[in-house]
Design a protein. Structure first.
Length: 184
């Protein structure tokens, strides 16, 4: 087995183009910003949601309510995290999510388990009129029957590889990188 240096799949310009396209897709699928709420999944989904929100505000001139979801306590592998998992902030937008068109934003969709946990948590806070899943990267090979509604890019990767989204606030860079073993 060979481990390789990270390979950049998307540089900053490519990520920005994908964010622009995703923001416009949100507007097209929902017919504008009326009753729209974006909920970013902690951590990098929150950063991506903020980028999408800025593009929507630039395009429409209206601010869109946003919130954050921390799915830690909704994970199906909570025991694997140890006796004291670190729980982040779940923050609902003003007015909540009841009857709203909610767009859940995440960085990478792989097994579908994070998206399932986000749906479970969101439903504990109210009943949205509609929910869309928006991801920057879809790497396929789902374990659960969950498909994204809006995708920045699709990349195939081996189970032994990781696809990481880098964001300036956390990583000092904006990119998508592939790391891990090249052979299973």
């Amino acid at each position: 087995m060979t481990t390789s240096a990270p390979t950049i799949l998307m540089d900053a310009a490519a990520v920005r183009r994908a964010i622009d396209r995703m923001a416009h897709e949100v507007l097209e699928k929902l017919g504008g910003t009326e009753r729209l709420v974006l909920m970013g999944i902690q951590r990098r989904g929150v950063d991506l949601a903020e980028m999408i929100l800025r593009r929507i505000a630039e395009a429409e001139g209206d601010p869109v309510p946003a919130g954050t979801l921390d799915i830690t306590l909704y994970r199906d592998d909570l025991r694997a995290l140890g006796p004291r998992p670190v729980v982040g902030e779940t923050r609902l937008p003003p007015g909540g999510v009841e009857g709203m068109a909610v767009v859940i934003v995440d960085d990478v969709l792989y097994s579908g388990r994070t998206a399932r946990a986000a749906l479970n948590e969101l439903m504990d806070w109210g009943r949205p009129a509609r929910i869309l899943l928006c991801v920057l990267v879809d790497r396929g090979n789902r374990e659960l029957p969950i498909q994204p509604d809006i995708v920045g890019r699709e990349f195939a990767a081996l189970p032994s590889q990781r696809i990481d989204v880098l964001v300036p606030a956390r990583d000092g860079d904006l990119a998508v990188a592939l790391t891990g073993r090249e052979t299973p």
